[in-house]
Ligand binder design. Structure first.
Ligand SMILES: Nc1ncnc2c1ncn2[C@@H]1O[C@H](COP(=O)(O)OP(=O)(O)O)[C@@H](O)[C@H]1O
Ligand SMILES: [Mg+2]
Length: 320
């Protein structure tokens, strides 16, 4: 390039990982990780329980125990134990101690404390902004509520308000589709769609393959390493799913739409239907949406929250 020519300013990707390994103690949880998420993407990370989804998000928020390799978020190297500027994190609801005696407003504002003041004392301007955001997210009037009184969807939106108050450009959400009912899931998804439309980069983890297949343009399959990466209709193949989940999964295709089902259940269903009605076999029985969702998503069966509502090895996540 002749000197004097300035290359067009391409903003650095939202996430840029190269040759990354992450572990706890002596155990390596993620390895050979190279991943680029351009700004403005909407990406779903799927993998079974223990595959390292939460660890990956922790890495991006500077909270992974130890790591090697290049970890850049929004063009800057991530520093240990600092949530990078411009990053909003929505923890998995089951990982939060909801009995902690704080109000919605405190949680939302404490997200701001890291960037504005060393003590949790907030200006009127900060409070007004927080209230406006809560209003926008449908939480108007709930500022003084204790967090334990919120519904699942409200809890998630509270963390989204916290992220937006930090002027997040990159939203990281850990399992936003788990622990909430279907209507809430749809609301949260709609809200994420809007935020994405406004220019935010969204990266979420989930073990719900069909959610990703139906709604997101890009899926990254993870099980210690990246096992597949691309548009769901291309990468969610039985082979890739076997590599990721270690279980035989079947992919039903209808044009661009795909539905992933547990191959063993399809076989059992087929056999049962055949025994009941060997001639008139009702095709609706194959409709996986008629299965119990907890059963038709094979990854989910092993990935539910523990009875005490906390994740196996995860530390309890306080809401700030
Ligand atoms: N704080 C921790 N200390 C030690 N091991 C951990 C910790 N958090 C997670 N792990 C281990 O790291 C692996 C990946 O966990 P995690 O990232 O939580 O997976 P996922 O979110 O996909 O379920 C698991 O084997 C888990 O036991
Ligand atoms: Mg997790």
């Amino acid at each position: 390039m002749p000197s004097g020519d300035v290359p067009p300013a391409v903003p650095p990707p939202a996430v840029d990982l190269e040759g990354v390994a992450v572990g706890y103690g002596g155990q390596t949880v993620l390895r050979d990780l190279s991943l680029t998420v351009p700004r403005g993407s909407f990406v779903g990370i799927v993998g079974p329980s223990g595959s390292g989804k939460t660890t990956l998000l922790r890495l991006l928020t500077g909270r992974a125990a130890r790591h090697q390799g290049r970890v850049e978020v929004l063009g800057r190297a991530v520093q240990p134990s600092n949530v990078p500027a411009g990053v909003g994190y929505v923890p998995q609801l089951e990982a939060v101690d909801w009995e902690f005696p704080v109000t919605v407003e405190q949680v939302v504002l404490l997200g701001e404390a890291a960037t504005s003041a060393p003590v949790p004392w907030f200006s009127r301007g900060e409070k007004q902004r927080a209230r406006a955001l809560l209003e926008r997210l449908g939480l108007g009037g709930l500022e003084r509520r204790r967090i334990r009184e919120l519904s699942g969807g409200q809890r998630q939106r509270m963390f989204l308000a916290r992220a937006l108050l930090r002027d997040a450009e990159l939203l990281l959400l850990d399992e936003p589709t788990s622990g909430v009912d279907l209507a809430t899931r749809r609301d949260v998804l709609e809200l994420l769609g809007q935020l994405h439309h406004e220019g935010l980069t969204v990266v979420l983890t989930t073990h719900d393959l069909n959610f990703v297949a139906a709604h997101l343009p890009r899926v990254v399959c993870l099980n210690q390493v990246i096992t597949a990466d691309g548009p769901p209709a291309e990468v969610l193949t039985p082979d890739a799913l076997q590599r990721t989940f270690g279980a035989p999964l079947q992919v039903l295709r209808d044009g661009d739409r795909i539905v992933v089902v547990d191959a063993e259940q399809v076989e059992l269903h087929d056999a049962a239907a055949h025994r009941r009605d060997p001639v008139h076999h009702d095709p609706a029985r194959h409709d996986p949406s008629r299965h119990d969702p907890a059963r038709h998503d094979p990854a989910r069966q092993e990935d539910g929250p523990r009875r005490d509502g906390r994740q196996g090895h995860d530390e309890v996540e306080l809401p700030w």
